[in-house]
Write a protein that binds this ligand. Structure first.
Ligand SMILES: [Zn+2]
Length: 409
């Protein structure tokens, strides 16, 4: 247990926060610090074909120890952390034999991780938790995933009696700013399929995510003296509000869950002359997704015909539901499920209300379901991870490698 803790602590103490405003890859220079260390470590444990490219994408190979044809599978994680919260001076706290009570993260600032609010904590009574000191995020998202993959590869190298095919490992920068897959060389990675180790609580197994689009609505008005405006003024603000009122009020993030889609207006600004707002469109179902986009077009057309072509709609697809790409190869989900059950982990299969690198990779030709890495409360100071969940995730990786080989015999 200490070994996996040490490895994890080493990674989280290195600040790798990404930055959506940056145009470079990786988006921040500091991501190289961990990237370089990971390369060293992969070499140290005995991985082959260890390589890092100009964008800090790391790949490595564990060669097959069988002389039969076995599918090549991959495991992928990201080493950046969220821009939402600082990752400078991460100072992890280790709580052994958790007693189910409040955890004081920071007495000075009265920051408490409490099961009254985060009831998931209670399922980890008796386990070893790693938390923050209340001033940073932890970075279990997704350094837990990296820890688990490296530890699993090390285990397989040290236990050649466990038979497996060729295993590929990929670590990426900038997942948290939606670019983790952008420079991923799927062809060079050359795996039949892969798993991102980037889910949350123990048991999570995901192969469905949103279809996603973003929209910007720009309205051009005409400012005229309000006292003499009759039939002349075009108030961009009123038209913006007219537009927004047509959107179904119950289909918003705060009113939906499960497989329900939504429109989410997240930014608006305006004057009489010019107004604009931005929204995102989300839906698991492809048809519903298309209908949502069509609704935006219809509203635009309708208001344009009333107010005289003052609205421009910019609609952009962002990513799609990986289900479409994973379903035809559903056995890759079944293998993960079987591996979890073999390690006495109950699979929790549910649609992601967001996207993953795996969804983009799936559309780039690498089907890529997502498996739990074990952490909770990502992207903030209440982030924590039970060490036992990290160990289970490591075991699941090893088991998947074993099962893929067994099924090929
Ligand atoms: Zn993540």
């Amino acid at each position: 247990m200490q070994h996996i803790i040490d490895r994890f602590l080493k990674y989280v103490k290195i600040d790798t926060q990404s930055d959506p405003k940056s145009k470079t890859t990786p988006s921040t220079e500091k991501q190289w610090h961990l990237a370089d260390l990971l390369v060293e470590e992969l070499l140290e444990i005995g991985m082959e074909e260890v390589s890092i490219d100009n964008n800090a994408y790391i790949t490595a190979t564990l060669p097959s120890n069988l002389n039969i044809e076995v599918p090549t599978i991959g495991f992928i994680s990201h080493f950046d952390t969220s821009p939402d919260f600082t990752a400078t001076n991460v100072n992890p706290q280790i709580i052994e034999d958790y007693d189910g009570k409040d955890i004081v993260l920071n007495a000075h600032e009265n920051i408490v991780l409490s099961p009254d609010y985060f009831e998931d904590l209670l399922q980890y009574k008796g386990q070893t938790l790693i938390t923050t000191d209340g001033t940073t995020l932890l970075g279990a998202d997704d350094k837990a995933g990296i820890t688990e993959i490296v530890t699993a590869m090390e285990y397989l190298i040290n236990h050649p009696e466990i038979k497996h095919g060729k295993i590929r490992v990929g670590f990426t920068p900038d997942e948290e700013i939606g670019r983790g897959a952008h420079h991923f060389d799927v062809e060079k990675f050359d795996a039949d399929w892969a798993y991102t180790m980037d889910g949350s609580q123990i048991g999570e197994l995901e192969f469905e995510n949103f279809n996603a689009a973003s929209a910007k609505v720009i309205i051009k008005g005409k400012s005229v003296h309000p006292g003499y405006a009759k039939n002349k003024m075009v108030n961009a603000i009123s038209i913006a509000s007219e537009f927004l009122e047509i959107l179904p009020p119950e289909e918003t993030p705060q009113n939906t869950e499960g497989r329900e889609g939504f429109f989410h207006v997240h930014h608006i600004q305006g004057s009489i002359e010019h107004a604009e707002f931005e929204l995102i469109v989300r839906d698991h179902d492809k048809d519903h997704f298309e209908k949502r986009k069509q609704l935006l077009r219809n509203i635009t057309d309708k208001l344009n015909s009333i107010h005289g072509n003052c609205i421009t709609l910019e609609l952009k697809d962002q990513y799609f539901n990986m289900r479409e790409k994973v379903e035809p190869v559903y056995h890759i989900v079944e293998i993960a499920k079987e591996a979890m059950e073999a390690m006495r982990v109950t699979p929790i299969i549910k649609p992601i209300r967001g996207g993953t690198d795996g969804s983009q990779l799936s559309y780039m030709g690498l089907p890529c379901p997502n498996i739990f890495a074990g952490g909770h409360n990502f992207h903030g100071k209440y982030e924590y991870i039970p060490v036992e969940s990290m160990i289970k995730a490591t075991e699941v990786i090893i088991k998947i490698c074993e099962l893929v080989a067994k099924k090929a015999v």
